[in-house]
Design a protein around this ligand. Structure first.
Ligand code: NAD
Ligand code: MG
Length: 357
Protein backbone atom coordinates (compact mmCIF):
# COMPACT_ATOMS: atom_id res chain seq x y z
CA UNK A 1 0.00 0.00 0.00
CA UNK A 2 1.35 3.41 -0.98
CA UNK A 3 0.16 6.79 0.24
CA UNK A 4 0.71 10.23 -1.21
CA UNK A 5 -0.61 13.37 0.45
CA UNK A 6 -1.69 16.01 -2.01
CA UNK A 7 -1.56 19.56 -0.78
CA UNK A 8 -3.13 22.43 -2.62
CA UNK A 9 -3.94 25.95 -1.44
CA UNK A 10 -7.60 24.88 -1.32
CA UNK A 11 -7.56 21.32 -0.13
CA UNK A 12 -5.38 18.51 1.16
CA UNK A 13 -6.33 14.95 0.28
CA UNK A 14 -4.73 11.51 0.28
CA UNK A 15 -4.01 9.23 -2.66
CA UNK A 16 -3.94 5.58 -1.56
CA UNK A 17 -2.60 3.04 -4.04
CA UNK A 18 -2.81 -0.70 -3.46
CA UNK A 19 -4.21 -4.09 -4.34
CA UNK A 20 -7.85 -4.76 -3.43
CA UNK A 21 -8.65 -1.24 -2.14
CA UNK A 22 -12.19 -1.46 -3.48
CA UNK A 23 -13.06 -4.04 -0.83
CA UNK A 24 -12.03 -1.81 2.06
CA UNK A 25 -12.60 1.69 0.84
CA UNK A 26 -14.40 2.77 4.01
CA UNK A 27 -11.11 2.43 5.92
CA UNK A 28 -9.90 5.40 3.95
CA UNK A 29 -12.92 7.66 4.24
CA UNK A 30 -12.37 10.35 6.84
CA UNK A 31 -16.11 10.48 7.61
CA UNK A 32 -19.38 8.88 6.64
CA UNK A 33 -21.83 10.49 4.25
CA UNK A 34 -25.62 10.65 4.13
CA UNK A 35 -25.67 8.93 0.72
CA UNK A 36 -23.24 7.43 -1.82
CA UNK A 37 -23.76 7.95 -5.53
CA UNK A 38 -21.50 5.67 -7.58
CA UNK A 39 -21.00 6.72 -11.20
CA UNK A 40 -19.31 4.19 -13.49
CA UNK A 41 -19.38 2.94 -17.09
CA UNK A 42 -20.71 -0.24 -18.66
CA UNK A 43 -17.24 -1.82 -19.02
CA UNK A 44 -16.27 -1.25 -15.42
CA UNK A 45 -19.67 -1.95 -13.81
CA UNK A 46 -19.75 -5.72 -14.50
CA UNK A 47 -16.20 -6.02 -13.18
CA UNK A 48 -16.10 -3.92 -10.01
CA UNK A 49 -19.40 -2.23 -9.15
CA UNK A 50 -20.70 -5.02 -6.90
CA UNK A 51 -17.44 -5.03 -4.91
CA UNK A 52 -17.77 -1.32 -4.19
CA UNK A 53 -21.45 -1.63 -3.30
CA UNK A 54 -20.63 -4.48 -0.92
CA UNK A 55 -17.97 -2.33 0.75
CA UNK A 56 -20.63 0.37 1.26
CA UNK A 57 -23.36 -2.01 2.41
CA UNK A 58 -23.36 -0.46 5.91
CA UNK A 59 -25.32 2.43 4.33
CA UNK A 60 -28.89 2.13 3.15
CA UNK A 61 -28.39 5.04 0.77
CA UNK A 62 -26.16 3.68 -1.97
CA UNK A 63 -27.12 4.47 -5.56
CA UNK A 64 -25.38 3.61 -8.79
CA UNK A 65 -25.51 5.03 -12.30
CA UNK A 66 -23.92 3.28 -15.25
CA UNK A 67 -23.17 5.31 -18.39
CA UNK A 68 -21.97 3.94 -21.78
CA UNK A 69 -18.18 3.53 -21.88
CA UNK A 70 -16.15 5.99 -23.93
CA UNK A 71 -15.46 9.67 -24.45
CA UNK A 72 -19.06 10.35 -25.59
CA UNK A 73 -20.16 10.01 -21.96
CA UNK A 74 -18.48 13.37 -21.25
CA UNK A 75 -21.47 15.11 -22.83
CA UNK A 76 -24.19 17.55 -21.81
CA UNK A 77 -26.78 14.87 -22.49
CA UNK A 78 -25.21 12.34 -20.12
CA UNK A 79 -24.50 15.04 -17.53
CA UNK A 80 -28.14 16.16 -17.62
CA UNK A 81 -29.46 12.61 -17.34
CA UNK A 82 -27.27 12.03 -14.29
CA UNK A 83 -28.29 15.31 -12.65
CA UNK A 84 -31.97 14.59 -13.35
CA UNK A 85 -31.69 11.17 -11.73
CA UNK A 86 -29.72 12.47 -8.75
CA UNK A 87 -32.08 15.39 -8.14
CA UNK A 88 -34.94 12.89 -8.08
CA UNK A 89 -33.28 11.14 -5.13
CA UNK A 90 -33.71 14.20 -2.88
CA UNK A 91 -30.18 13.99 -1.53
CA UNK A 92 -28.64 16.55 0.79
CA UNK A 93 -25.27 18.30 0.73
CA UNK A 94 -23.70 15.59 2.89
CA UNK A 95 -23.86 13.13 0.00
CA UNK A 96 -20.80 11.79 -1.73
CA UNK A 97 -20.22 11.03 -5.40
CA UNK A 98 -17.87 8.14 -6.18
CA UNK A 99 -16.20 8.05 -9.61
CA UNK A 100 -15.45 4.41 -10.40
CA UNK A 101 -13.65 4.24 -13.73
CA UNK A 102 -11.09 5.87 -15.98
CA UNK A 103 -10.51 9.51 -16.84
CA UNK A 104 -13.87 9.84 -18.58
CA UNK A 105 -15.77 8.83 -15.47
CA UNK A 106 -13.50 10.89 -13.19
CA UNK A 107 -14.07 14.03 -15.27
CA UNK A 108 -17.82 13.46 -15.66
CA UNK A 109 -18.59 12.38 -12.09
CA UNK A 110 -16.30 15.10 -10.75
CA UNK A 111 -18.28 17.70 -12.69
CA UNK A 112 -21.54 16.28 -11.36
CA UNK A 113 -20.10 16.49 -7.82
CA UNK A 114 -18.80 20.03 -8.38
CA UNK A 115 -22.15 21.34 -9.60
CA UNK A 116 -24.87 19.35 -7.79
CA UNK A 117 -26.08 21.55 -4.88
CA UNK A 118 -23.05 23.82 -5.57
CA UNK A 119 -20.72 20.99 -4.73
CA UNK A 120 -20.82 17.74 -2.76
CA UNK A 121 -18.00 15.45 -1.66
CA UNK A 122 -16.32 13.41 -4.34
CA UNK A 123 -14.09 10.33 -4.27
CA UNK A 124 -11.99 9.18 -7.19
CA UNK A 125 -11.60 5.43 -7.67
CA UNK A 126 -9.46 5.32 -10.81
CA UNK A 127 -9.46 2.05 -12.77
CA UNK A 128 -7.19 2.89 -15.74
CA UNK A 129 -3.49 3.62 -15.87
CA UNK A 130 -4.15 6.97 -17.54
CA UNK A 131 -6.22 8.03 -14.56
CA UNK A 132 -3.03 8.23 -12.46
CA UNK A 133 -2.91 11.54 -14.33
CA UNK A 134 -6.57 12.57 -14.52
CA UNK A 135 -7.58 11.72 -10.93
CA UNK A 136 -5.35 14.40 -9.40
CA UNK A 137 -4.97 18.03 -10.30
CA UNK A 138 -8.55 19.03 -9.72
CA UNK A 139 -9.75 19.43 -13.29
CA UNK A 140 -13.21 18.03 -13.94
CA UNK A 141 -15.55 18.62 -16.84
CA UNK A 142 -17.35 17.59 -19.98
CA UNK A 143 -16.93 18.19 -23.70
CA UNK A 144 -18.77 20.59 -25.98
CA UNK A 145 -19.41 20.05 -29.68
CA UNK A 146 -16.77 22.73 -30.31
CA UNK A 147 -14.06 21.03 -28.30
CA UNK A 148 -12.94 18.79 -25.49
CA UNK A 149 -13.20 19.85 -21.84
CA UNK A 150 -14.73 23.24 -22.67
CA UNK A 151 -17.13 23.07 -19.73
CA UNK A 152 -15.74 22.29 -16.32
CA UNK A 153 -14.41 23.31 -12.97
CA UNK A 154 -11.42 23.04 -10.70
CA UNK A 155 -12.72 20.71 -8.01
CA UNK A 156 -10.68 18.40 -5.81
CA UNK A 157 -11.74 14.98 -4.50
CA UNK A 158 -11.81 14.05 -0.81
CA UNK A 159 -9.57 11.11 -1.62
CA UNK A 160 -8.19 9.10 -4.51
CA UNK A 161 -8.45 5.36 -3.87
CA UNK A 162 -6.49 3.59 -6.58
CA UNK A 163 -7.02 -0.17 -6.59
CA UNK A 164 -4.16 -1.52 -8.69
CA UNK A 165 -5.89 -4.90 -8.93
CA UNK A 166 -8.38 -3.28 -11.35
CA UNK A 167 -5.55 -2.69 -13.83
CA UNK A 168 -5.43 -6.46 -14.45
CA UNK A 169 -8.48 -6.26 -16.72
CA UNK A 170 -7.34 -3.17 -18.60
CA UNK A 171 -6.84 -3.83 -22.35
CA UNK A 172 -3.24 -3.57 -23.63
CA UNK A 173 -4.02 -0.48 -25.72
CA UNK A 174 -5.23 1.34 -22.59
CA UNK A 175 -2.09 0.22 -20.77
CA UNK A 176 0.07 1.77 -23.48
CA UNK A 177 -1.91 5.01 -23.39
CA UNK A 178 -1.42 5.35 -19.65
CA UNK A 179 2.19 4.22 -19.74
CA UNK A 180 3.15 7.09 -22.05
CA UNK A 181 1.92 9.60 -19.44
CA UNK A 182 3.73 7.72 -16.64
CA UNK A 183 6.94 7.96 -18.66
CA UNK A 184 6.25 11.63 -19.41
CA UNK A 185 6.09 12.39 -15.71
CA UNK A 186 9.48 10.72 -15.21
CA UNK A 187 11.15 12.53 -18.11
CA UNK A 188 10.01 16.00 -17.03
CA UNK A 189 10.88 15.31 -13.39
CA UNK A 190 14.48 14.19 -12.99
CA UNK A 191 17.26 11.95 -14.33
CA UNK A 192 16.83 9.82 -11.18
CA UNK A 193 13.17 9.00 -11.84
CA UNK A 194 13.83 8.54 -15.56
CA UNK A 195 16.59 5.98 -14.88
CA UNK A 196 14.52 4.27 -12.22
CA UNK A 197 11.57 3.86 -14.60
CA UNK A 198 13.83 2.56 -17.35
CA UNK A 199 15.25 0.02 -14.95
CA UNK A 200 11.98 -1.07 -13.39
CA UNK A 201 9.93 -1.09 -16.62
CA UNK A 202 12.49 -2.33 -19.17
CA UNK A 203 9.82 -3.78 -21.49
CA UNK A 204 6.04 -3.77 -21.79
CA UNK A 205 5.86 -7.45 -20.86
CA UNK A 206 8.03 -6.94 -17.79
CA UNK A 207 5.37 -4.82 -16.07
CA UNK A 208 4.56 -6.46 -12.77
CA UNK A 209 1.45 -5.15 -11.05
CA UNK A 210 2.83 -6.08 -7.65
CA UNK A 211 5.81 -3.78 -8.03
CA UNK A 212 3.95 -1.12 -9.94
CA UNK A 213 2.34 0.81 -7.07
CA UNK A 214 5.55 2.67 -6.06
CA UNK A 215 6.08 3.74 -9.68
CA UNK A 216 2.51 4.99 -9.94
CA UNK A 217 3.02 6.90 -6.72
CA UNK A 218 6.22 8.45 -8.10
CA UNK A 219 4.49 9.53 -11.33
CA UNK A 220 1.53 10.96 -9.40
CA UNK A 221 3.89 12.82 -7.08
CA UNK A 222 5.42 14.56 -10.09
CA UNK A 223 2.04 15.79 -11.27
CA UNK A 224 0.99 16.69 -7.73
CA UNK A 225 4.11 18.80 -7.21
CA UNK A 226 3.67 20.66 -10.47
CA UNK A 227 0.00 21.30 -9.73
CA UNK A 228 0.70 22.33 -6.12
CA UNK A 229 2.94 25.09 -7.43
CA UNK A 230 0.48 26.20 -10.07
CA UNK A 231 -3.03 25.12 -9.25
CA UNK A 232 -4.82 27.32 -11.77
CA UNK A 233 -2.46 26.76 -14.66
CA UNK A 234 -0.61 30.08 -14.86
CA UNK A 235 2.92 28.77 -15.30
CA UNK A 236 4.70 25.51 -14.65
CA UNK A 237 1.59 23.37 -15.00
CA UNK A 238 2.27 23.76 -18.71
CA UNK A 239 5.24 21.39 -18.25
CA UNK A 240 2.66 18.60 -18.09
CA UNK A 241 2.01 19.33 -21.76
CA UNK A 242 5.37 17.83 -22.73
CA UNK A 243 4.70 15.79 -25.89
CA UNK A 244 1.18 17.16 -26.18
CA UNK A 245 1.60 19.98 -28.75
CA UNK A 246 2.34 17.61 -31.60
CA UNK A 247 0.58 14.74 -29.81
CA UNK A 248 -2.78 16.52 -29.94
CA UNK A 249 -2.27 17.40 -33.62
CA UNK A 250 -1.47 13.76 -34.47
CA UNK A 251 -4.44 12.56 -32.43
CA UNK A 252 -6.83 14.90 -34.24
CA UNK A 253 -5.43 14.56 -37.74
CA UNK A 254 -5.24 10.78 -37.71
CA UNK A 255 -8.82 10.67 -36.42
CA UNK A 256 -9.76 9.85 -32.87
CA UNK A 257 -9.53 6.15 -32.13
CA UNK A 258 -6.65 5.39 -34.52
CA UNK A 259 -4.04 6.13 -31.89
CA UNK A 260 -4.78 6.43 -28.19
CA UNK A 261 -4.03 9.75 -26.52
CA UNK A 262 -0.92 8.37 -24.84
CA UNK A 263 0.39 6.82 -28.06
CA UNK A 264 0.11 10.19 -29.82
CA UNK A 265 1.85 11.85 -26.86
CA UNK A 266 4.69 9.29 -27.08
CA UNK A 267 5.37 10.40 -30.68
CA UNK A 268 5.03 14.02 -29.57
CA UNK A 269 7.65 13.46 -26.86
CA UNK A 270 10.18 12.11 -29.35
CA UNK A 271 9.57 15.14 -31.57
CA UNK A 272 9.87 17.56 -28.63
CA UNK A 273 13.19 15.94 -27.65
CA UNK A 274 14.55 16.37 -31.18
CA UNK A 275 13.27 19.94 -31.32
CA UNK A 276 14.98 20.65 -27.98
CA UNK A 277 18.30 19.41 -29.37
CA UNK A 278 17.93 21.67 -32.38
CA UNK A 279 16.79 24.82 -30.55
CA UNK A 280 19.18 24.60 -27.61
CA UNK A 281 22.14 23.01 -29.49
CA UNK A 282 22.39 20.21 -26.95
CA UNK A 283 22.46 16.41 -27.01
CA UNK A 284 19.69 14.51 -25.24
CA UNK A 285 19.42 10.71 -24.88
CA UNK A 286 16.92 10.52 -27.76
CA UNK A 287 18.21 7.23 -29.15
CA UNK A 288 18.03 5.67 -25.68
CA UNK A 289 14.44 6.89 -25.22
CA UNK A 290 13.40 5.68 -28.69
CA UNK A 291 14.82 2.23 -27.93
CA UNK A 292 12.98 2.18 -24.60
CA UNK A 293 9.66 3.29 -26.17
CA UNK A 294 10.01 0.47 -28.72
CA UNK A 295 10.43 -2.04 -25.90
CA UNK A 296 7.35 -0.52 -24.22
CA UNK A 297 5.36 -0.99 -27.46
CA UNK A 298 4.92 2.77 -27.73
CA UNK A 299 4.91 4.28 -31.22
CA UNK A 300 7.81 6.57 -32.11
CA UNK A 301 7.00 7.63 -35.68
CA UNK A 302 4.34 9.89 -37.18
CA UNK A 303 1.62 7.67 -38.75
CA UNK A 304 1.81 7.30 -42.52
CA UNK A 305 -0.33 9.67 -44.53
CA UNK A 306 0.07 12.72 -42.27
CA UNK A 307 1.97 15.66 -43.78
CA UNK A 308 4.11 18.27 -42.04
CA UNK A 309 1.90 21.05 -43.47
CA UNK A 310 -1.24 19.42 -42.11
CA UNK A 311 0.25 18.94 -38.64
CA UNK A 312 1.64 22.48 -38.56
CA UNK A 313 -1.75 23.94 -39.52
CA UNK A 314 -3.42 21.87 -36.82
CA UNK A 315 -0.97 23.10 -34.17
CA UNK A 316 -1.57 26.68 -35.31
CA UNK A 317 -5.27 26.30 -34.55
CA UNK A 318 -4.37 25.19 -31.08
CA UNK A 319 -4.96 27.86 -28.48
CA UNK A 320 -1.53 27.68 -26.91
CA UNK A 321 0.07 30.32 -29.14
CA UNK A 322 2.26 33.17 -27.94
CA UNK A 323 3.13 36.10 -30.26
CA UNK A 324 2.00 34.08 -33.25
CA UNK A 325 4.39 31.23 -32.42
CA UNK A 326 3.47 27.68 -31.56
CA UNK A 327 4.46 26.98 -27.96
CA UNK A 328 6.31 23.78 -27.07
CA UNK A 329 7.46 22.28 -23.81
CA UNK A 330 11.12 21.56 -24.55
CA UNK A 331 13.81 20.01 -22.39
CA UNK A 332 17.17 21.61 -21.56
CA UNK A 333 18.01 18.26 -19.98
CA UNK A 334 16.06 15.31 -18.58
CA UNK A 335 14.05 16.84 -15.73
CA UNK A 336 14.45 20.44 -16.97
CA UNK A 337 11.41 21.41 -19.01
CA UNK A 338 10.95 24.90 -20.42
CA UNK A 339 8.02 26.50 -22.24
CA UNK A 340 9.36 27.87 -25.53
CA UNK A 341 7.68 29.52 -28.54
CA UNK A 342 9.12 28.07 -31.76
CA UNK A 343 9.10 29.54 -35.28
CA UNK A 344 6.92 27.76 -37.81
CA UNK A 345 9.79 27.18 -40.26
CA UNK A 346 11.87 25.36 -37.63
CA UNK A 347 8.92 23.13 -36.79
CA UNK A 348 8.01 22.30 -40.36
CA UNK A 349 11.62 21.50 -41.32
CA UNK A 350 12.00 19.11 -38.43
CA UNK A 351 8.55 17.63 -39.06
CA UNK A 352 9.51 16.94 -42.69
CA UNK A 353 12.73 15.21 -41.54
CA UNK A 354 10.81 13.27 -38.90
CA UNK A 355 8.21 12.09 -41.41
CA UNK A 356 10.84 11.05 -43.98
CA UNK A 357 12.62 8.97 -41.36
P1 NAD B 1 -11.69 5.95 -20.20
O1 NAD B 1 -12.23 6.40 -18.91
O2 NAD B 1 -12.56 6.06 -21.39
O3 NAD B 1 -11.21 4.43 -20.06
C1 NAD B 1 -10.68 3.77 -21.17
C2 NAD B 1 -11.45 2.46 -21.47
O4 NAD B 1 -11.09 1.49 -20.49
C3 NAD B 1 -12.96 2.59 -21.41
O5 NAD B 1 -13.52 1.77 -22.40
C4 NAD B 1 -13.29 2.02 -20.03
O6 NAD B 1 -14.60 1.50 -19.97
C5 NAD B 1 -12.27 0.94 -19.90
N1 NAD B 1 -11.89 0.58 -18.54
C6 NAD B 1 -11.68 1.41 -17.50
N2 NAD B 1 -11.20 0.74 -16.47
C7 NAD B 1 -11.11 -0.55 -16.83
C8 NAD B 1 -10.65 -1.73 -16.18
N3 NAD B 1 -10.14 -1.69 -14.96
N4 NAD B 1 -10.71 -2.90 -16.86
C9 NAD B 1 -11.18 -2.93 -18.15
N5 NAD B 1 -11.58 -1.85 -18.81
C10 NAD B 1 -11.55 -0.67 -18.17
O7 NAD B 1 -10.34 6.72 -20.60
P2 NAD B 1 -9.01 7.12 -19.82
O8 NAD B 1 -7.93 6.88 -20.82
O9 NAD B 1 -8.90 6.53 -18.48
O10 NAD B 1 -9.21 8.68 -19.65
C11 NAD B 1 -9.35 9.55 -20.76
C12 NAD B 1 -10.11 10.77 -20.33
O11 NAD B 1 -9.40 11.41 -19.28
C13 NAD B 1 -10.30 11.79 -21.43
O12 NAD B 1 -11.64 12.22 -21.46
C14 NAD B 1 -9.40 12.94 -21.00
O13 NAD B 1 -9.89 14.21 -21.40
C15 NAD B 1 -9.42 12.80 -19.51
N6 NAD B 1 -8.26 13.38 -18.83
C16 NAD B 1 -8.50 14.25 -17.82
C17 NAD B 1 -7.45 14.82 -17.13
C18 NAD B 1 -7.72 15.74 -15.99
O14 NAD B 1 -6.79 16.38 -15.49
N7 NAD B 1 -8.94 15.85 -15.54
C19 NAD B 1 -6.13 14.50 -17.48
C20 NAD B 1 -5.91 13.58 -18.51
C21 NAD B 1 -7.00 13.04 -19.18
MG1 MG C 1 -2.39 13.85 -21.62
Amino acid sequence: MERLDIQTPHKNYPVIIGDGLRFKLTEFLSKSYSAYVIITDDHVAPLYLEDVKTALSFSTNVFDFVVPAGETAKSFATYKRLIDDIVALNLDRKSCVIALGGGVIGDLAGFVAATFLRGVAFIQMPTTLLSHDSSIGGKVGINHEHGKNLIGAFYHPEAVLYDTECLKTLPASEWRSGLAEVVKHAIIDSPELYHRMRQEIPTFDAIDLHTFAPLLKAAMAVKANVVANDELEAGMRKFLNFGHTLGHAIEKESGYGVLSHGEAVAIGMIFALRLSERIYHIALPVAEIIAWFKRLSLPIAIPKGLTSQQLLERMKYDKKRADGHIVFVLLKAIGEPEVTPVEDAVISNLLAEFING
